[in-house]
Write a protein of this length. Structure first.
Lengths: 372, 372
């Protein structure tokens, strides 16, 4: 069963955890016709140019979009929303506690916690110290480790290397999205974003498990496509140290945002092919493809582009929306808890992220007990 | 010469680079009496309680402060300030180019760039993609890796582990401060902050060089002590997604900020003792102690607390001020370029950072050629 392994780190998931805030918002929250009306202005809607013209779409993206063509919410049904009195680090701490229980690891055993928060409690410092304090990680150092929605694989790679190099033994990695706080709830994009947090405990695994291959690239020329900026007279401002206005998820260069969207399948194919080649395995050997679900069509387009059958994917977009940096582990956790992963299965993890970064990992699943 | 080594990663600095923006501001910029007048309100001025009362100070802090007692600028003489038309990532890219030249490494050889920006170009995404693009790191992935002013040692630890585990071969780490943009130039704190950037290329080193020991801890209970927040009616706001006002370096809990300051020497002793014990070396074996220079008294107080003679320190506070996350490599680079480091020397690197984190590394210096 064990293939030749080129990049064996013998480290990986000891436990996973997810937390969704209790408040659920259904599509009934938005007024009738809401999303149709503003569709052409919607965030990273890539089937129209910035001038409103149709553009030539990759066939896999077009096919995935076609399935949702008559749905004003483009696949979204429900999404969880952080409570007004909660902090994003509260969601993170809840997910972290679940992951530590799942792994059977005590907070005092954690050497390092690495955190990415799409919407941190404060603009500085990051939420990493908040998670350290709230989870009582008495001996941990807290790193902010952030590649936006593409953070999980780099966190997993770094954690695995630190364990392989015997720098640390138990590492907690945490991701969250509380994006409802940076989109106006009157804006179309608000219907596709969901709030939630995920976490994993990383430790040493038996020989042959964990990361088998990886591939990551950043193309910073697209970095202005998706940003946070203050809005003044409806326009995003470049100088946040000077501008005075509400901070929103927006774009300083809509053409870059659309380019990243239009290249969704190109980036997916590149990253997944790179990780598979690095691992020395073929796409047919993959048991589960876990992917961000940025928009309703995203996972389906990616799946088609790399030739993974639908039954080897997991899709929770309709239920939770775009969980940003927390999408990947939310879906991996769901797959694990619903019995879809067995010991030795190969999992392909793919995420794009604002910046723009694409990153993929081929991972051999270790099932410590029962389902997991 | 080689001591027994417990945590050998055989990776470390191949090259260093610093960049200071050309504009220099002297003390003459501030009006007469400026700093005396507001001294008791100054940022992390820990010799007064929040009520203005004197507090019992650690003797090492008191002695270090006493040396500056008659200096209204408390040791600051000049500081560089980022130009109005520059972005912080421009400083970072300049420092990165110098480091790559120093290492003899091409941009196309860099596998990973990790960046911390105390004042990033945008609130999201981080500057890491900007550095990737500006330096034409064609095959690199770009990580935002941020522990505020305590970022250098964690970046070095992660980079060394990634190289040791054969995940990557050449890693660029970058730090910057453009803090002049988040302090009002009428505020006392503006006189101690300086702008600049640093970078290092990390790669494999011969056996016995690089990190010998390390120690890092975060105490997130102090995280509200130093923050960025919008100011409304002179008061920092907790909800940045809602508040509308200028974003400034401030405190949501001045008592926590003062506590971190008052515990400066306690944290330094704890972290340095931890790193020395991990390395299995004594403080007397250290050739150079490199420390953040948060305020004029900071390095002197830390040096006294761990019993390092002044001639084994490097202090550029008067010249460049508090460079935040860039302080440590700026001083290490300066020490290297002025012939103060020879092959095999043991260096102790210590930084505290907002959050609150303290981190120390014992490092064996590798001199590839000549001075370095």
């Amino acid at each position: 069963m064990r293939c030749p392994i080129r990049n064996q780190l013998n480290a990986g998931f000891l436990g996973l955890g997810s937390f969704l805030p209790p408040e659920v918002r259904t599509n009934a929250y938005w007024p009738n016709g809401f999303q149709q009306r503003d569709e052409r202005k919607a965030f990273i809607e890539i089937d129209r140019s910035t001038d409103g013209e149709s553009v030539a779409l990759d066939p896999d993206i077009a096919a995935a979009m076609a399935e949702l063509a008559n749905d004003p919410f483009r696949g979204a049904r429900t999404r969880h929303v952080i409570g007004d009195d909660a902090n994003p680090s509260d969601l993170e701490a809840e997910a972290a506690r679940v992951a530590m229980r799942d792994a059977g690891v005590l907070p005092s055993e954690i050497d390092l916690v690495m955190v990415v928060s799409l919407v941190p409690d404060q603009l500085h410092p990051s939420n990493a110290p908040a998670v350290q304090a709230k989870c009582e990680l008495t001996r941990a150092v807290a790193w902010n480790f952030d590649l936006g929605c593409a953070s999980v694989q780099p966190q997993l790679i770094a954690a695995s290397a630190l364990i392989n190099a015997k720098v640390y033994e138990k590492i907690l990695m945490v991701q969250s999205a509380a994006t409802s706080r940076v989109v106006d709830l009157t804006a179309p994009v608000s219907a596709v974003m969901g709030d939630g947090a995920t976490a994993a405990v990383i430790g040493a695994l038996p020989d042959g498990y964990g990361i088998l291959g990886h591939y990551s690239r950043t193309d910073g020329s697209l970095r202005d496509g998706v940003v946070y900026a203050q809005m003044v007279d409806g326009k995003p401002q470049r100088r946040w140290d000077r501008a005075i206005g509400p901070i929103r998820l927006t774009s300083l260069d809509p053409a870059s945002g659309k380019a990243a969207g239009a290249r969704a399948t190109e980036f997916c194919k590149e990253a997944c092919a790179g990780a598979l080649a690095d691992a020395g395995v073929s796409i047919d050997e993959i048991s589960l493809f876990v992917c961000n679900q940025s928009l309703g069509w995203f996972l389906e387009a990616c799946r088609r582009s790399i030739g993974v059958p639908r039954e080897k994917t997991i899709d929770t977009f309709a239920e939770v929306g775009n969980l940003g940096a927390a999408s990947l582990l939310f879906n991996l956790d769901r797959a694990s808890r619903t019995g879809r992963l067995k010991d030795g299965d190969l999992v392909l993890l793919y995420s794009p992220g604002a910046g723009f970064t694409r990153t993929a990992v081929v991972y051999r699943w270790w099932a410590r007990r029962g389902v997991r």
